[in-house]
Design a protein around this ligand. Structure first.
Ligand code: CUA
Length: 190
């Protein structure tokens, strides 16, 4: 009995090894590409910090400035721009019910008092983090009137899942007539 490998078997063995090697090189190339991308994006972003960083003093947040209680809610500026100011804290938003107009760009300005929170409004693209000492801003347009839920979406402690607010999207005319009567709008029951 011969121990030599038959010619065709040796041939297919060689083909298999070549294919294996080819795959190994492809995988190495993919890994090298991913590592290169990680290094590039890491260096790129550290060389280019976000263009707009706005800070606020957490210790005096409730006492003076933009985020005092009386200034929270929705306002219409002299230029007609709609701004919602809100703060997040364990485990609620203030205001708990936010009024916005439909079909008009709305700018949210928010911050947090204690830890990182966040919010998303229904299925819209209104979605941001609220970070102590930083002001987050976000502009979006709500296409149609209706009631939306606004849960906190950053784990912020044991009460996280109970942290909600509501957003009432009003028809534009109704919103503007209400805004003409009050400086700050909310839908929090009084
Ligand atoms: Cu606030 Cu989770």
């Amino acid at each position: 009995m011969s121990t030599a490998i038959p010619a065709d078997e040796a041939d297919s063995h060689g083909t298999a090894i070549a294919a294996e090697r080819r795959w190994a090189w492809i995988v190495v190339a993919i890994m090298a590409l991913l590592v290169a991308m990680m290094i590039f994006t890491g260096l790129h972003w550290s060389a280019m910090p976000p263009s707009r960083v706005e800070t606020v003093d957490v210790k005096t947040l409730h006492l003076k400035g933009e985020f005092v209680e009386s200034n929270l809610g929705t306002s219409v500026g002299a230029d007609g721009k709609v701004t919602v100011r809100l703060i997040a804290q364990q485990y609620s938003f203030q205001p708990q019910c936010i009024v916005v107009p439909a079909g008009v760009p709305v700018t949210f300005r928010g911050t947090a008092t204690d830890t990182i929170h966040g919010f998303v409004v229904g299925r819209t693209n209104a979605n941001t983090m609220l970070i102590p000492a930083f002001v987050s801003t976000f502009t979006t347009t709500f296409p149609k009137p209706g009631e939306q839920l606004m849960p906190c979406h950053e784990y912020c402690g044991t009460g996280h899942e109970a942290m909600w607010a509501h957003v009432q999207v009003l028809p534009r005319e109704e919103f503007l007539s209400r805004a003409a009567r009050a400086e700050r709008l909310t839908c929090v029951p009084r």
